[in-house]
Design a protein around this ligand. Sequence first.
Ligand code: C2E
Ligand code: MG
Ligand code: MG
Length: 466
Amino acid sequence: MPKLATAVDSLFAEVRSSIENAHALGMYDPVTSLPNRLHFRSEADKMLAARAAATLAAMLFVDLDRFKNVNDSLGHARGDHLLIMVANRLRVVVTAEVGERPGQRPILARLAGDEFTIFFPEIETVADAERVARRIALAISEPFELSGHSIDIGASVGVAIGPDHGTTIETLMRAADIAMYQAKNNGGGRYCLFSEELAAEHQRKVDTEAALGEAVQRGEFLLALQPQLSLITGEIVGAEALLRWNHPREGMRAPATFIPIAEQTGIIGEVGDWVIAEVGSMLSEWQAQGIARRVSFNVSPRQLDRADFFQRLRAAFVQVDVPLSLIELEFTESAAMEVSETVLEEIAALRRDGATIAIDDFGTGYSNIARLRAMPLDRVKLDPSLIAEIETCEKARVVVQAVVQLIKGVGAEIVAEAVENVAQADILRAMGCDTIQGFIFAHPMFEEEFLNWTRNAERGRSRDVA
Ligand code: C2E
Ligand code: MG
Ligand code: MG
């Protein structure tokens, strides 16, 4: 017996030392004991070269959702512990897969931080890879028990298939990475399969990101102005400033094609500053010409991340000697519902000093009625999706009527956005809507055209009145 024990001991010692050697050689991740990036690359390269030509290969890229929160709030030691548990769940999924389809010899690795990757050199169908990806997303969506805390994270999984999406490990990894980003953009906790359209979209995003960085300095932004018409008095009561990007190659670009990217990258701060400065200098010029017209502009929630946002906003208008009563700030419904108490106080102070406050795109987010009542608020802009069907659908009318009543109940005015025909305008007026903005009477226009347009509209109105 003692002899056997010694033999087992020495065998273990040998195994341990070979594992330690492998670690020392820098092949394994010390936290999870999974192969590291370098080891993964060289092994996967060999596997790809050795595989049967007629089969498919699958690359899965796994990135955890909300992992940073755990690291930040519970500390790195617990973060590491969580990574070990994640690695174990991934091992279970991969092992189960091999159990069901014994021919497969995948490699699972930790690339860096909260990124893992799995390479299957030989799969039969794309559906096989998708099934594994789905199982991974599911496995990681189950809560983790971490020193008494129940932790909810998720995984975004990108899937690329060789040879269609790449014939080298590097191109497959890049494709799986792009697909992973899409899964994350779609909300995380899911997988996404790579496609050429996805790659084109990704490239466009990368190009936009790079070009946005220089667009402000190059003076490529413009403001279009869209008038707002009172349904009660027939007067032009204001205008909304809408950003346009005169892209050097692509021409005029609408905000939907770049605002979300500017928000993700943080460039929105600089872009938003430009909008504020431009509205300020425009209003100041108008004042000199005897024109006093209120201009609304959109504020992204990311702009509010900067602690000095309101201070700088005020300074911008003081500098050009424009009273705050000439501006209106538009916050989207979801942004308005999420702002902190401090921001709410700043908004209230701005409002006391004359600025008006609007909630934009109302009806697309969720509203907390108590918050809506407490919010310092002048106007609520109904989202186009609410208005689109009011002339054709009874249910849509009932909903809009209820929303109008709710908003009136909190003492705010109603602006209906994207009103496109007379039937809609008539229904909205009958419902008690105060103001409309829409193609029915004016598209967004650049400054000179806008000024001509308003001059003509006012001349027409005074003729009508006379
Ligand atoms: P929004 O603030 O809700 O602006 C209204 C959008 O509806 C504008 O689109 C406008 O052109 C469009 N619209 C107006 N009337 C009609 C109509 O009758 N029919 C239809 N179908 N559409 C109409 P635009 O200019 O493309 O702006 C889209 C969004 O981009 C804006 O929605 C706003 O959320 C954002 N945005 C625009 N400028 C800025 C900005 O300076 N900063 C930030 N953060 N966001 C901006
Ligand atoms: Mg708006
Ligand atoms: Mg809107």
